[in-house]
Design a protein. Structure first.
Length: 342
């Protein structure tokens, strides 16, 4: 079994163990668009990544010390201000990995990553658990903010992926029983204008892991599939949709899949020759389950699995040129950490 495929199986097993341990386009010529910079836009925001986001909150994740040993779920919390990491005291929500988070107003909403179905709120000083009716406990759900609500889709537990859609308005959850993407875990999501963009993910409910490379948008009431070739089919890489990361960047969203950088403007996917300056010990090279979030006029990417071990790289990208690796002290190595911008 190849290393990448073995990693997929190992990731599924690791996710299950972590839950238990916690308590359990191209339609256009790519040559004409592939080298363009990302249009960050004046005051980029209006439902997307607001200009001036100054902090990224990072929570938990998975720490692998050996391919043959169960990973450890982490419960530490860090804040990135654009130049340095600072660790914050964290006793709640407790160790968890592959949780989902988004910021609504002045509050950061965290859900899942363990057998805990509470909705956790970070107000900038402390965590508060809201025990309200809502999504079941899960990990690997896609989450993003749209207007005055947080949108959550899918995720799953060790037995099956989910395909339900929920919104959180700051006080309660609402389920939307509408047709949408097939059930999946680890889809990437980010806000683009008046839509949430969802890409990829996986169905690990059987011995064969199915990787998705479809693109969907949510307008607040309806899911629409965007019939455009995504990164995996354009690359001919059947595994490039596993453990992808996505973040808003002005009038586009940026996606990192297996060291490849793509942007989506609502119509087309565009590849960018933006190299990630990190060593690649695995044949073929990849980086999975890294955490990415917007900050200022760019995005920051942290950690991830490189095929051999968890990493602790802090990488930034402005939408032009290559990614930059910053030589800064910060969180220990991990993958499947949770991030949200503030």
């Amino acid at each position: 079994m190849g290393l990448v495929r073995w990693r997929v199986v190992a990731g599924v097993v690791a996710f299950a163990l972590a839950l238990l341990a916690c308590g359990a386009r191209t339609g256009m010529d790519a040559a004409t668009r592939g080298t363009e910079g990302v249009d960050a836009g004046e005051g980029a925001g209006e439902g997307g990544a607001p200009a001036g986001l100054r902090q990224v909150l990072l929570y938990g994740g998975l720490r692998h010390t050996s391919l043959t040993q169960p990973p450890t779920a982490l419960g530490d919390m860090w804040l990135w201000d654009g130049s340095r990491w600072a660790e914050l005291p964290a006793s709640d929500p407790g160790p968890r990995s592959c949780a989902s988070a988004a910021t609504l107003g002045t509050e950061t909403i965290l859900f899942g990553g363990a057998d805990d179905d509470a909705t956790w709120i970070w107000d900038g000083a402390r965590w508060t658990a809201r025990h309200v009716s809502g999504p079941s406990a899960r990990g690997g759900a896609a989450m993003s903010t749209l207007g005055g609500v947080v949108v959550l889709f899918g995720g799953g537990d060790p037995s099956a992926p989910l395909g339900d859609t929920w919104t959180w308005d700051g006080a309660e959850w609402k389920r939307h029983d509408v047709p949408g993407p097939p059930p999946r875990t680890f889809a990437a999501a980010a806000t683009l204008g008046d839509r949430v963009v969802l890409y990829g993910g996986q169905d690990d409910s059987s011995h064969h892991v199915e990787s998705f490379d479809d693109t969907w948008t949510w307008d607040g009431g309806t899911w629409t599939q965007v019939l455009v070739a995504g990164p995996a089919k354009q690359d001919g890489n059947g595994y490039s949709t596993l453990g992808c990361s996505m973040a808003s960047l002005g009038r586009q969203v940026v996606l990192q899949c297996d060291l490849q950088t793509w942007t989506f403007d609502g119509t087309w996917w565009t590849p960018h020759p933006a190299a990630l300056p990190i060593p690649q010990p695995a044949p073929g090279g990849f980086l999975e389950y890294a955490a990415m979030s917007p900050i200022g006029s760019g995005v920051v990417l942290f950690g991830g699995w490189d095929g051999v071990e968890d990493t602790a790289y802090t990488l930034v990208w402005s939408g032009m040129g290559d990614w930059t690796k910053l030589d800064v002290a910060g969180p220990p190595p991990r993958d499947c950490a949770t991030v949200a911008s503030r």
